[in-house]
Ligand binder design. Structure first.
Ligand SMILES: [Zn+2]
Length: 192
Protein backbone atom coordinates (compact mmCIF):
# COMPACT_ATOMS: atom_id res chain seq x y z
CA UNK A 1 0.00 0.00 0.00
CA UNK A 2 1.23 3.46 -0.76
CA UNK A 3 1.42 6.02 1.96
CA UNK A 4 -1.83 7.92 1.96
CA UNK A 5 -3.25 10.81 3.91
CA UNK A 6 -4.81 8.54 6.48
CA UNK A 7 -1.52 6.81 7.22
CA UNK A 8 0.40 10.07 7.20
CA UNK A 9 -1.97 11.56 9.74
CA UNK A 10 -2.06 8.46 11.91
CA UNK A 11 1.71 8.11 12.02
CA UNK A 12 2.35 11.83 12.32
CA UNK A 13 4.83 11.13 9.54
CA UNK A 14 7.15 9.18 11.80
CA UNK A 15 7.99 5.51 12.00
CA UNK A 16 5.26 3.87 14.05
CA UNK A 17 7.78 1.58 15.72
CA UNK A 18 10.85 3.69 16.44
CA UNK A 19 9.45 7.23 15.89
CA UNK A 20 12.19 8.08 13.43
CA UNK A 21 11.53 10.83 10.99
CA UNK A 22 12.45 9.44 7.65
CA UNK A 23 11.93 10.76 4.16
CA UNK A 24 11.28 7.24 2.98
CA UNK A 25 8.53 6.15 5.30
CA UNK A 26 6.70 3.19 3.88
CA UNK A 27 3.53 1.31 4.56
CA UNK A 28 4.07 -2.29 5.61
CA UNK A 29 1.24 -4.81 5.84
CA UNK A 30 1.73 -7.09 8.82
CA UNK A 31 1.73 -10.64 7.35
CA UNK A 32 -0.25 -12.63 6.54
CA UNK A 33 -2.53 -9.65 5.97
CA UNK A 34 -2.28 -8.04 2.58
CA UNK A 35 -1.81 -4.38 2.12
CA UNK A 36 -5.32 -3.49 1.11
CA UNK A 37 -6.35 -1.81 4.33
CA UNK A 38 -4.76 0.85 6.52
CA UNK A 39 -5.84 -1.23 9.49
CA UNK A 40 -3.44 -4.00 8.49
CA UNK A 41 -0.60 -1.63 7.82
CA UNK A 42 2.20 -0.07 9.83
CA UNK A 43 4.20 2.97 8.76
CA UNK A 44 7.90 2.13 8.94
CA UNK A 45 11.17 3.97 8.52
CA UNK A 46 13.69 2.46 6.17
CA UNK A 47 15.77 1.07 9.02
CA UNK A 48 12.89 -0.85 10.64
CA UNK A 49 11.59 -1.95 7.26
CA UNK A 50 14.95 -3.33 6.18
CA UNK A 51 15.46 -5.36 9.33
CA UNK A 52 11.92 -6.72 9.27
CA UNK A 53 12.17 -7.64 5.60
CA UNK A 54 15.45 -9.43 6.24
CA UNK A 55 13.91 -11.14 9.29
CA UNK A 56 17.06 -10.13 11.14
CA UNK A 57 16.54 -8.75 14.62
CA UNK A 58 20.07 -9.06 15.92
CA UNK A 59 20.33 -5.30 16.53
CA UNK A 60 18.32 -5.72 19.71
CA UNK A 61 19.13 -2.23 20.96
CA UNK A 62 17.26 -0.74 18.04
CA UNK A 63 14.20 -2.73 19.01
CA UNK A 64 13.99 -1.25 22.49
CA UNK A 65 11.57 1.12 20.77
CA UNK A 66 9.05 -1.72 20.88
CA UNK A 67 8.59 -1.26 24.63
CA UNK A 68 6.80 1.92 23.61
CA UNK A 69 5.14 0.89 20.36
CA UNK A 70 3.55 -2.18 21.95
CA UNK A 71 1.23 0.33 23.68
CA UNK A 72 0.16 1.90 20.39
CA UNK A 73 -3.53 2.54 19.82
CA UNK A 74 -3.14 1.01 16.37
CA UNK A 75 -3.68 -2.76 16.53
CA UNK A 76 -1.38 -3.43 13.54
CA UNK A 77 1.45 -1.62 15.34
CA UNK A 78 0.81 -3.65 18.49
CA UNK A 79 0.78 -6.89 16.52
CA UNK A 80 4.03 -6.12 14.72
CA UNK A 81 5.68 -5.03 17.98
CA UNK A 82 4.49 -8.17 19.74
CA UNK A 83 5.75 -10.30 16.91
CA UNK A 84 9.25 -8.80 16.88
CA UNK A 85 9.46 -8.87 20.68
CA UNK A 86 8.77 -12.60 20.42
CA UNK A 87 11.78 -12.98 18.16
CA UNK A 88 14.11 -11.30 20.65
CA UNK A 89 12.48 -12.71 23.77
CA UNK A 90 15.88 -13.91 24.97
CA UNK A 91 16.31 -10.30 26.11
CA UNK A 92 14.66 -9.85 29.51
CA UNK A 93 13.33 -6.41 28.67
CA UNK A 94 11.75 -7.74 25.48
CA UNK A 95 9.98 -10.53 27.27
CA UNK A 96 8.81 -8.07 29.88
CA UNK A 97 7.50 -5.67 27.24
CA UNK A 98 5.74 -8.48 25.42
CA UNK A 99 4.01 -9.60 28.58
CA UNK A 100 3.23 -6.11 29.81
CA UNK A 101 0.37 -5.52 27.45
CA UNK A 102 -2.92 -7.30 27.00
CA UNK A 103 -3.64 -8.27 23.42
CA UNK A 104 -6.90 -9.90 22.41
CA UNK A 105 -6.76 -13.49 21.17
CA UNK A 106 -7.45 -12.23 17.65
CA UNK A 107 -4.41 -10.00 17.68
CA UNK A 108 -2.18 -12.70 19.16
CA UNK A 109 -3.39 -15.10 16.48
CA UNK A 110 -2.54 -12.50 13.86
CA UNK A 111 0.94 -12.05 15.36
CA UNK A 112 1.59 -15.79 15.33
CA UNK A 113 -0.03 -16.59 12.00
CA UNK A 114 2.98 -16.11 9.77
CA UNK A 115 5.25 -18.38 11.80
CA UNK A 116 2.53 -21.00 12.02
CA UNK A 117 2.02 -20.98 8.27
CA UNK A 118 5.75 -21.28 7.81
CA UNK A 119 6.15 -24.24 10.14
CA UNK A 120 3.12 -26.00 8.65
CA UNK A 121 4.76 -26.00 5.26
CA UNK A 122 5.98 -29.42 4.37
CA UNK A 123 9.19 -29.26 2.41
CA UNK A 124 10.81 -32.61 1.83
CA UNK A 125 14.57 -32.53 1.46
CA UNK A 126 17.09 -35.20 0.71
CA UNK A 127 19.77 -36.25 3.17
CA UNK A 128 21.86 -33.28 2.09
CA UNK A 129 19.19 -30.62 2.49
CA UNK A 130 18.29 -30.37 -1.19
CA UNK A 131 14.57 -29.81 -1.79
CA UNK A 132 12.81 -32.74 -3.42
CA UNK A 133 9.96 -32.46 -5.89
CA UNK A 134 7.61 -34.89 -7.53
CA UNK A 135 9.23 -36.30 -10.65
CA UNK A 136 12.78 -36.04 -9.31
CA UNK A 137 15.28 -38.84 -9.60
CA UNK A 138 17.02 -39.87 -6.40
CA UNK A 139 19.78 -42.27 -5.47
CA UNK A 140 19.65 -44.40 -2.35
CA UNK A 141 22.43 -43.58 0.09
CA UNK A 142 21.76 -46.69 2.20
CA UNK A 143 20.75 -50.25 1.52
CA UNK A 144 17.00 -50.28 1.74
CA UNK A 145 15.20 -53.26 3.17
CA UNK A 146 11.95 -53.32 1.24
CA UNK A 147 9.41 -54.66 3.66
CA UNK A 148 6.84 -56.97 2.16
CA UNK A 149 8.70 -57.30 -1.12
CA UNK A 150 11.41 -59.31 0.52
CA UNK A 151 14.45 -57.84 -1.18
CA UNK A 152 17.09 -55.28 -0.43
CA UNK A 153 17.55 -52.35 -2.75
CA UNK A 154 21.28 -51.66 -2.57
CA UNK A 155 22.83 -48.32 -1.83
CA UNK A 156 23.32 -46.50 -5.14
CA UNK A 157 20.01 -47.65 -6.62
CA UNK A 158 18.45 -44.98 -8.81
CA UNK A 159 14.77 -44.27 -8.21
CA UNK A 160 13.12 -42.28 -10.95
CA UNK A 161 10.01 -40.15 -10.86
CA UNK A 162 9.52 -40.03 -7.13
CA UNK A 163 6.27 -38.80 -5.65
CA UNK A 164 5.96 -36.62 -2.59
CA UNK A 165 3.84 -37.83 0.30
CA UNK A 166 1.29 -35.17 1.29
CA UNK A 167 1.89 -33.61 4.71
CA UNK A 168 4.96 -35.73 5.32
CA UNK A 169 8.40 -34.32 4.64
CA UNK A 170 10.13 -37.45 5.88
CA UNK A 171 8.92 -39.77 3.15
CA UNK A 172 8.70 -40.06 -0.60
CA UNK A 173 7.32 -42.80 -2.80
CA UNK A 174 9.15 -44.39 -5.64
CA UNK A 175 9.24 -47.54 -7.71
CA UNK A 176 11.96 -50.09 -7.20
CA UNK A 177 11.78 -53.23 -9.35
CA UNK A 178 8.16 -52.47 -10.17
CA UNK A 179 7.06 -52.07 -6.57
CA UNK A 180 5.99 -48.70 -5.27
CA UNK A 181 7.61 -48.27 -1.91
CA UNK A 182 7.97 -45.61 0.71
CA UNK A 183 11.49 -44.28 1.11
CA UNK A 184 12.79 -42.07 3.88
CA UNK A 185 14.03 -38.78 2.44
CA UNK A 186 17.06 -38.80 4.74
CA UNK A 187 18.38 -41.88 2.94
CA UNK A 188 18.33 -40.44 -0.56
CA UNK A 189 20.35 -37.99 -2.59
CA UNK A 190 18.74 -36.00 -5.35
CA UNK A 191 20.25 -36.80 -8.72
CA UNK A 192 20.96 -33.82 -10.90
ZN1 LIG B 1 11.66 2.74 12.56
Amino acid sequence: MNMNTLLETRSNQTCELCSSIDENLQAYAVPPRKDDSENDTVVLCNNCFTQISANNFSDTNHWRCLSGSIWSEVPAVQVLSYKILGKIATEDWALEAKESVFLTDDLIAWANAEDELESAKVIPKDGYGVVLETGDTVILTQNLNVKGANFIAPKGTTVKKIRLVPDNAEQIEGKIEGDTIVILTKYVRKSV
